[in-house]
Design a binder for this molecule. Structure first.
Ligand code: URA
Length: 272
């Protein structure tokens, strides 16, 4: 790259930073100059021999299987081959996804895998992306305080992960395609951790794992079953801590969900 052009690009980038741009909102860079380039004109007609009559239509070709498997199938194969959590983390890092290009760190998990209790959130935010650990930002701090109120502590008795291991640019909601791509990794994650109970934090997590179209307000507050390769697993759907930060009045429902979780863990309320 020419030195002058490089300086120009750096100056443009500096200006954007001064104007307060702090993150990329699209999954892939867009070359706006190329987008504005003039469309090349069609070549002039030649005086060559008149075009031959169109060949007779051929019989339809037989469907050919794609040489490259679709991304979700490739993800499922990578996930199935992982024999432990370290291998699963490497497999996720290997899986091709535009989210990987825009994120800083892979956010795999935190907490105690052997605790028997696994919580599944939505996707990393800016703090999680920076530190490579789930739920370390403001909503994570609220989650820790809420769980501490029923005697749970991520350094002792629960484990945490997310539906997506990479931060979606600008914290947008995960797309269906992203969820489909990463779901095989999450299912394998659950299979390797072998929890006795799952807690689904928020609508994205609850809908994806319960394969439901219902919103979180309908799903929360009761035990469901998540179908896993090792059998059905009790899963409690509850409100996401980020929602509770925006809607403090909903903490009442979240508290009732926490009490249900506590009673179940104590063996007082068998998951229904
Ligand atoms: N929100 C989530 O769902 N997960 C995180 O890790 C952080 C915020």
């Amino acid at each position: 790259m020419e030195a002058g052009y490089r300086e120009e690009l750096l100056a443009a980038l500096r200006l954007q930073l001064e104007w307060g741009v702090d993150e990329a909102l699209e999954d892939a860079p867009v070359d706006r100059f190329a987008a504005r380039a003039p469309v090349p004109e069609a070549p002039p007609p030649t005086l060559a021999a008149p075009a031959l009559a169109a060949p007779a239509a051929r019989p339809a070709a037989r469907a050919v299987l794609p040489l490259v498997p679709p991304p979700a199938a490739a993800a499922a194969a990578l996930a199935a081959a992982a024999q432990d959590l370290a291998a699963l983390k490497s497999a996720i890092a290997e899986a091709d996804s535009p989210l990987r290009d825009t994120a800083t760190n892979l956010v795999f998990s935190d907490g105690v895998a052997e605790s028997g209790l696994m919580m599944v959130g939505e996707a990393p935010g800016a703090d999680e992306d920076r530190l490579g650990r789930p739920f370390v930002g403001v909503s994570g701090q609220l989650l820790d305080r809420m769980l501490a109120s029923i005697g749970l502590d991520r350094t002792k008795n629960f484990y945490l992960t997310n539906i997506l291991p990479w931060r979606p640019p600008g914290n947008r909601t995960p797309t269906d395609a992203e969820i489909t791509l990463f779901l095989p990794f999450l299912m394998r994650h659950i299979e390797l951790v072998r929890p006795r109970h799952l807690v689904l934090l928020g609508g994205v997590s609850a809908k994806a794992l319960l394969r439901s179209k219902d919103g979180i307000t309908r799903l929360r507050g009761r035990w469901h079953q998540v179908e896993t390769p090792s059998g059905p697993l009790p899963a409690l759907a509850t409100l996401h801590p980020a929602y509770l930060l925006r809607t403090p009045s909903a903490k009442r429902e979240a508290w009732s969900d926490l009490l249900l979780l506590r009673r179940t863990l104590d063996g007082d309320a068998a998951p229904r």
